[in-house]
Design a protein around this ligand. Sequence first.
Ligand SMILES: [Zn+2]
Length: 189
Amino acid sequence: MHDHSNLSLTNHKVCNRCIYDERVASISFDESGVCNYCHQIDDLIDEYGTGLPKGEARLAQTVETIKREGHGKKYDCVIGVSGGTDSSYMVHLAKEWGLRPLAVHYDNTWNSAIATQNIEKVLRPLNVDLFTWVVNNKEADDILGRSFWLVCRNWKLRQISPMQKYFSMQPINITSARFWRATPSSMKA
Ligand SMILES: [Zn+2]
């Protein structure tokens, strides 16, 4: 068990295994002071075999299914890429597993130049095609704003009424989305 005495200053009950405390939504603790979220992780590890031979076997089986179903097609899977580490590593692994991914990037026009460079740096050496979907700023802001409103609503923060008024619940009409496909050879050097 970890010693959480340094956290006791807050006077909140803290999980004996992780850093969650009683302020976390829907948290509960068992008789040994371990939270329900820790148990949820344990259940997921049991089910999927994360880090265990059982998980390895399951992954290998999934890869084989993707290959079989993608046989004869140009790509056998689609991977969303952001330019960040997680999705970049995912593309690397997919190639290592012998998959033929199409990388897809959603550009809400707030992309940093570094993110765009990262995507190219990762995909070009791996010889992975990129499909980019770009929306204009106004539409991206609309989508984000309405998502934010939904989050507020779901979190029962309806008292943020000016926000609610601002982002009225009209259907989002994406009219000027642009997209293009890039092959590694056409990506900027
Ligand atoms: Zn916990």
